[in-house]
Design a protein around this ligand. Structure first.
Ligand code: NAD
Length: 280
């Protein structure tokens, strides 16, 4: 006989061994990313949107026929059974929501950026204590994940590198989570091969901040402009040569294949992991 229960406890099956849909709550459901996730989940027959969570709703976040509960406080979510919590809220709230989801037996998939190392350490400890998995993915776009991988590989061979990340003007955090993670991955490789942990010093700053901010051995420059969505360039300088890696997310749909993939693999996550590449 098959099992019925949460994904965390094992296979999520009916008594006839047909898989049940994976039950999803979207947090930040009324936001730009949240709405995209709601559409993506509703479009997949093996996923079930059981609830939306946001502090404010505009008109028509979810088609009424979906049957999903619309909650604007965590208290209103009590009693909702779900397997996965997809979080695209804001840096100020994300830790509260993810902690709540872990304590309620869900696997949080965190797209919201801006959490620092201390928040991550706290969530890792909570994931450990509750025996749940948790994914923090600063970028769900497959191309951006590949760019990070290629940048880390290239960091081994180039003495200096800088990152330029470019986003729309309403992004609340800087640098982007993707830039931080890229810089962390590149710094780890630089450390491994004995490259300096400080960025290349070149010239005085006549204007404060003009050389960007240091993230390990890598300088990061954050551009915010209307018209942009999410873009990143990694420039690696060598002797008489420059390697430029660039990724552009041209629409929010670009993140959805990664989000859907992570929802489907959520039950296999153990403890807290950072980066979608861990599931590829
Ligand atoms: P947004 O402002 O459009 O959406 C955020 C939503 O969260 C809003 O609807 C807001 O009402 C809600 N919210 C804020 N505080 C809340 C609270 N206390 N309780 C409940 N809901 C609350 O922002 P966005 O552009 O959709 O981006 C959301 C996050 O996703 C940002 O951190 C952004 O950097 C990140 N992001 C990640 C990826 C990725 O691939 N991981 C891609 C794009 C954006």
């Amino acid at each position: 006989m098959g099992l019925v229960g949460t994904l965390n406890g094992g296979p999520h099956m009916t008594k006839h061994d047909a898989p049940l849909p994976i039950r999803v709550i979207v947090a930040g459901a009324a936001g730009r990313m949240g709405q995209e996730v709601v559409r993506a989940v509703l479009a997949q027959p093996d996923l079930q949107l059981v609830a939306c969570f946001d502090r404010v709703y505009g008109p028509e976040v979810v088609p009424p026929a979906s049957g999903a509960r619309m909650a604007s406080s965590l208290a209103e979510l009590e009693g909702v059974e779900a397997d996965v919590w997809v979080d695209f809220t804001v840096p100020a709230f994300v830790k509260t929501g993810v902690s709540w989801a872990l304590e309620h037996g869900m696997v949080p998939l965190v797209g919201a950026t801006g959490m620092g190392p201390e928040d991550r350490a706290e969530l890792a400890a909570l994931a450990e204590r509750t025996g749940r998995g948790c994914l923090i993915a600063p970028n769900f776009a497959l191309g951006a994940v590949l760019l990070m991988k290629f940048a880390a590989e290239a960091a081994r061979y180039f003495p200096a590198a800088e990152i330029i990340e470019l986003h729309h003007e309403r992004k609340v955090d800087a640098p982007s989570g993707t830039a931080r993670l890229t810089a962390d991955r590149m710094s780890a490789v630089r450390h491994e091969v004995g490259l300096p942990s400080e960025p290349l010093e070149a010239g005085e700053e006549a204007i404060a901040g003009v050389r960007g901010g240091a993230c390990g051995g890598i300088r990061v420059h954050s551009v915010r402009l209307p018209g942009l969505l999410a873009h990143q360039e990694v420039l690696l300088g060598g002797t008489g040569e420059l390697l430029t890696l660039r990724h552009d997310s041209l629409s929010r749909e670009s993140f959805m294949p990664g989000v859907v993939l992570a929802i489907r693999k959520a039950s296999s996550i153990r403890g807290l992991i950072v980066g979608l590449e861990n599931l590829l």
